[in-house]
Design a protein around this ligand. Structure first.
Ligand code: SAH
Length: 217
């Protein structure tokens, strides 16, 4: 694959970083990651003109690449440190995965749409982002065989809190998850001790729904 990332794209990216900074994102490392990653390559070629607007966009299989502000917001909440082992639920286009890899995390990611999983598996290494593990499966189950994680990020709207995921956090670890049906409240659970979790809420967002089981189409 020829990586087509021009100065025009870089200029548009700097504009995008400015926009999400104005919306309140402060974490320098997160902003740097957004300014580096060629988001237009994560979308179908017909949509490249939309890649650097602060908007979600269709990626096929009725799914979307999340809005850059939302990706930045969740990434900031994760408080990623180099070497962190992070589980992502909802690989989608792989854009959020790439942001976490730029932040030097080891990323384990699950996607339930076969079509998207197959595509992203080939695509990510081609643009230089190599996750530790990509799985075609149901995120409600997490990845017990690789747990515990420093943090877990859910990038689809969960109708309720999947308790299994809490159990896959290290003590001190965080689960960042949008919870709700039509509108989701961004929620962070921190594992304070083996049995104790602290919960904080960060406002309303809209995600595509987190669905059960794998989907083969
Ligand atoms: N992180 C993605 C966001 C994609 S939208 C990106 O940056 O592009 C949310 C994704 O979650 C969709 O791809 C959807 O198929 C996936 N998803 C929904 N329910 C899921 C589940 N139970 N397990 C794993 N992935 C799921």
């Amino acid at each position: 694959m020829i990586i087509n990332d021009s100065n025009r794209h870089k200029g548009l990216r700097n504009q995008l970083v400015k926009v999400i900074k104005e919306k309140g994102i402060k974490d320098r490392k997160v902003l740097d990651a957004i300014s580096k990653i060629p988001r237009h390559l994560f979308m179908d070629s017909g949509f490249v003109d939309f890649a650097y607007q602060d908007k979600p966009f269709p990626i096929g299989a009725e799914q979307t690449i999340s809005q850059p502000y939302t990706v930045a917001f969740q990434s900031e909440l994760l408080q990623v440190e180099p070497g962190h082992k992070i589980l992502e639920i909802g690989t989608g286009s792989g854009y959020q995965t790439a942001v976490l890899i730029e932040l030097k995390a080891e990323v384990y990611s699950i996607e339930r749409q076969k079509e998207l999983y197959t595509k992203v598996r080939k695509f990510l290494p081609k643009v230089g982002y190599v996750p530790k593990k990509l799985e075609y499966g149901d995120g409600y189950k997490g990845m017990p065989e690789y747990a515990p994680f420093d943090s877990i990020i859910v990038t689809a709207g969960a109708p309720y809190l999947p308790k299994t995921l809490l159990g896959q956090l290290k003590v001190g670890g965080k689960l960042v998850i949008p919870i709700g049906e039509d509108v989701q409240v961004m929620t962070v659970f921190t594992r304070a001790s083996e049995k104790k979790f602290e919960k904080l809420e960060y406002g309303d967002f809209r995600f595509v729904p987190m669905l059960k089981e794998k989907n083969n189409s």
